[in-house]
Design a protein around this ligand. Structure first.
Ligand SMILES: *[C@@H]1O[C@H](CO)[C@@H](O)[C@H](O)[C@H]1NC(C)=O
Ligand SMILES: *[C@@H]1O[C@H](CO)[C@@H](O)[C@H](O)[C@H]1NC(C)=O
Ligand SMILES: *[C@@H]1O[C@H](CO)[C@@H](O)[C@H](O)[C@H]1NC(C)=O
Ligand SMILES: *[C@@H]1O[C@H](CO)[C@@H](O)[C@H](O)[C@H]1NC(C)=O
Ligand SMILES: *[C@@H]1O[C@H](CO)[C@@H](O)[C@H](O)[C@H]1NC(C)=O
Length: 311
């Protein structure tokens, strides 16, 4: 009987020990599930499976590579230089409520940037040196504690959202395919040229590249308005006319000389012949290509009949 009760007591202890980690790992199941999803989705040279098991956090400590915790919550996710490939599910990090640092820099991640909406504690975002594409989410403007945003060396397109968080001290979007004008916010105007360099279609004061007079391109493809094109070709007209005049002037001089010689000759002939000579046409055509998009052809045609020559 004693043995049986001892066995029962041991069983209870065993059961408690066995379930203790399981209970703690389900304290914040959404956080753990998001990380497990990330572990299983991405390929890497480093085997995340070797220690991304059990609970991600033990109070202020983590056994998981690249994870840092505070009070049992995931605070940092740092997986850099690991040749990670694949794309991130856009909503993945929204479940890691207290995330303050996200670094996935220097990997080979593709697809859109993650949606960080609702991550009120996020301060450091390092997603540079990857293959991320699409545009910078407009919602990043609402991350009130954002301190560092590094997105350089990706394939990002579209406009830069109007970041204006006073907390933002490091910002780098260089080496992408961003377009249009750098928004005129005090925060964005403060960063240096190197934060914006190597975006062939980007313009604005920090880059010392003046934007075209027309409003910057909008990401959604709006129907092309004929007004700017018309304005553009209108500006080209004076140039076209000057070029044409310059090209034609020597020809006109030559022509006048020819006219004078021929006129003399016809006056002579008219005096001797009664029959009028057949009409002759002298045609001068000048075509001038001004711009590949705005072809301006200046067609100067001078037609002369013998009648005119005889006048
Ligand atoms: C986790 O595993 C990786 C190898 O996959 C190892 O380099 C790293 O040191 C481990 N981290 C911890 C905290 O045990
Ligand atoms: C974890 O750190 C916080 C402060 O960052 C502290 O208040 C708390 O007592 C720590 N918890 C443990 C178990 O050490
Ligand atoms: C990027 O990661 C590779 C290894 O994955 C490393 O050799 C290289 O030095 C890293 N580059 C930078 C700029 O950190
Ligand atoms: C990002 O997430 C927020 C909140 O979950 C959602 O309202 C928003 O539509 C998402 N944005 C995109 C571009 O999916
Ligand atoms: C931005 O990133 C580029 C490319 O990595 C680097 O050369 C430049 O110094 C960075 N600028 C700033 C202000 O961080």
């Amino acid at each position: 009987m004693i043995r049986a009760s001892q066995f029962a007591a041991h069983s209870i202890v065993f059961v408690l020990l066995f379930f203790a980690p399981a209970l703690s790992s389900s304290d914040f199941p959404h956080e753990r599930n998001a990380l497990i999803q990330l572990r299983d989705l991405l390929n890497s040279t480093s085997n995340l499976h070797s220690n991304w098991t059990g609970p991600p956090c033990e109070e202020n400590h983590s056994r998981w590579a690249g994870i840092a915790c505070s009070n049992g919550r995931v605070m940092h996710l740092v997986l850099q230089d690991l040749h990670l490939t694949g794309s991130l599910p856009p909503m993945l990090f929204q479940n890691i409520t207290f995330l303050s640092k996200l670094s996935l820099q220097n990997n080979s991640l593709s697809g859109p940037l993650p949606n960080l909406s609702g991550l009120l504690h996020i301060q450091f975002v390092f997603l540079s040196r990857n293959h991320f594409s699409g545009s910078i989410p407009f919602s990043y403007v609402q991350l009130e504690k954002l301190t560092v945003l590094e997105l350089q060396e990706n394939n990002l397109q579209g406009l830069i959202p109007p970041f204006d968080q006073p907390t933002l001290i490091t910002f780098n979007v260089s080496h992408n395919q961003l377009q249009g004008e750098i928004p005129d916010t005090p925060v964005l105007q403060r960063f240096s040229k190197t934060s914006y360099d190597n975006n062939p279609s980007l313009c604005g004061r920090p880059l010392r590249v003046q934007c075209p007079g027309s409003p910057p391109p909008v990401p959604s493809r709006a129907p092309p308005s004929p007004a700017p094109a018309g304005k553009h070709s209108f500006k080209l007209w004076p140039v076209a006319l000057i070029a044409a005049a310059a090209a034609v002037l020597p020809l006109l001089v030559m022509f006048c000389f020819l006219l004078y010689v021929r006129r003399k000759k016809y006056h002579k002939e008219a005096r001797t012949k009664t029959q009028k000579p057949a009409g002759t046409y002298i045609t001068l055509t000048l075509a001038h290509l001004i711009h590949p998009k705005n072809i301006v052809i200046v067609d100067l045609r001078i037609e002369l009949t013998d009648y005119f020559l005889l006048m």
